[in-house]
Write a protein that binds this ligand. Sequence first.
Ligand SMILES: [Zn+2]
Length: 328
Amino acid sequence: MGYQLDNFVFGHTWATDLLARAIAAGKLSQSVLITGMPQLGKTTLARTVAMAINCTAPEKPCGHCAACTKILDGNHPDVRILDDDDALKIEEVRTLQHDLSLTPHESLQKIAILANFDRATTGAANALLKTLEEPPAHAMLLLTARSTEHLLPTIVSRCQNIHLRPVSTDAIAEMLQQQWHVPAATATHLSHLSTGRPGWAVQAFRNPEVLEQRTAWLTDMTTALTGGAVARLAFAEQLAKQSFSPSAILDLWLSWWRDVLLAHNQTAAHLVNVDMEDTIRRAAQNLSQAQIVAAIAELKTTLQNFDYNVNRRLNFETLLLKLPPLKP
Ligand SMILES: [Zn+2]
């Protein structure tokens, strides 16, 4: 009987090995917090842990026994997955706590996966703290978050912390070719644009709209920044109406501004957004180091503000008004 988690989780071998050993030894913590950027595979890792614990095959998780299938489909009675984009509310935590207190139906444990726990309201986070302090003997909690920064320190300290780092672009390119039969040139291109996020790379390959959306967000940003306040506010209003996660947009813009900083300092820099090289180099020439650094800091502040549930439109407006002007 063995545990092998890396058949289901790509690119985080040290984490899958660590968790597989802990499960095999019966020493996995009842509360685990997985952190890292969006689309690195945090929820996939949490779901794979739940499968490994419940799987009935000799080599766990198998991915096709009844337990694994139910977890993959999201309908295992003892595995709750809360992964909406909306703020996690105290009522939802209370319902979950009630469920965790009941005897499991089909397995020995009740598992709850709380994805993007940074979206929890303070009330919800405080309510969950009680369960983390004294979990029912048969309960296990798997939390994911972008970072530990915006979580209550008491939540972080009660959990075993697993931090996932970006995966190398070479490894992502290889995975795209082997698992998804992506042609080599496309695989290399997508792996660079992914900034180390395997989930993004696969999504971009499977759904061409992801790439179109990416291009639109970048070109619309540069266009808005060549304009004055009116153009910028109009763009903020347009972004506020979209249902996309703000971090999808802001992480992309961050990668663009980091490219500008790189190009400003090293002319031969290897850029992430290679298809935008002309606009990036033009901005690098026309802006000062201080302006570029300030823009990056502003984007990071905006990302944090979204964690604190600041009004979407106001947050985009403030950011766009503060970013430096670009020459058309
Ligand atoms: Zn299985």
